[in-house]
Design a binder for this molecule. Sequence first.
Ligand code: WQD
Length: 336
Amino acid sequence: MTILVTGGAGYIGSHTVLTLLEAGYGVVVLDNLCNASLESLRRVERMAGRELAFVKGDVCDQACLDAIFAEWEITAVIHLAGLKAVEESVQQPLDYYGNNVGGSLTLYQAMRSAGVHRLVFSSSATVYGAEAPVPYREDFPRGVPSSAYGASKAMVEQMLEELCSVENAWSVVMLRYFNPIGAHASGQIGEDPRGFPNNLMPYIAQVAAGRRETLSIFGDDYPTVDGTCERDYLHVMDLAEGHVVAMKHLDRTGIQCYNLGTGRPVSVLQMVSRFIAVNGVDVPYLMAPRRAGDLPAFWADPTKAWNELGWRARRCLDSMVRDTWRWQQLNPDGYP
Ligand code: WQD
């Protein structure tokens, strides 16, 4: 069983590839390394004690994809490759539609030409949109996404639903991520954002390590437990394991989507407090104006993944912040 993982050198990709190798799968990684380091894959191989195949390339490159399907007997594809910075997507919509929608279209056409019809797609909780009640449930209609990033994920979901409605050879699972954080407990692999971290957890870690002076908390006047935004943070290893479990359910044809979240909201202030308490560090912060596009609070109803896949997030908040800090301490400047 050989799995093609697009974007497999990235944060979620490297943790997912490690889980696949440890589960005995053969793995081919396609990554253009625009937001990832090859070092992550070298470490994954050492940790798993097994090799993988790596192809430097882009999911928008049809010839590259055709060559991969000709070279390896791919049994399923886990499609993670894509751009994912919400704020950036507002400023650069064409890049996001080109990569996330165009790349998906090219990949699925190459899969069909190669007779490969088993796919796990990396989707996002952002497809629910701003109006959806919480907790989010998979039977909710997709909402009006607040960014090109969210819209691109919603478009690919719709493309896959329409494809599966007319071509019954396909077996597709779409995973709607909530907020993945943390790192493998060894501290060998983790989140290594290029430049200025957009997301909360890497920013907290870099402030704790002294790489950044203070954390700005964007907004303390939201209708939430303490005025700061609430999110459903899950451990990246739980997320990785969710991909392997989802892949095992590709035997049934058709299409399904699943929330990957804990079902437990955590506020920004609660996250900062846990990080300080668990790791015994200081994280200076100041209150700043709200960030455009942020929703006050959203979290998952995770029961469908548990009922149908037997998957649930098992790692607690303390291990998320502890594993983040271990990665940060062992890799102060990320991957070499
Ligand atoms: C969380 C909270 C910020 C940074 C992200 C991705 C999205 C999706 C889920 C995949 C918000 C606050 C942040 C900072 C802060 N990923 N914050 N100071 O926006 O929920 O979504 O993960 O699908 O693509 O954007 O996560 O970590 O950016 O923000 O106060 O320096 O932390 O305002 O309330 P978000 P985030």
